[in-house]
Design a protein around this ligand. Sequence first.
Ligand SMILES: [Zn+2]
Length: 84
Amino acid sequence: MKHCSRIELAMYGGRALGFLARWRVRLHLLGCARCRSILQQLTDDETLIHALRQARNDFMLSDCGAPEEIAARSGGRDGDSAAP
Ligand SMILES: [Zn+2]
């Protein structure tokens, strides 16, 4: 089973995923305690959620479900803050 990426989970937690991606992550979470645990950690990280909410604006406009692309634009590198 392929696990969700941290970015996917963060976007799920921040309600930044499109319908299909959200549905796919939700299905995975139903059967995967590991990803549920990661999601819980990520949703506790307000900095990441804040950054993802800003990225969501771009996401809505482009309307394409490529989490890795969103991550690249919103500071997916470790230790690199995307906050203004
Ligand atoms: Zn998983």
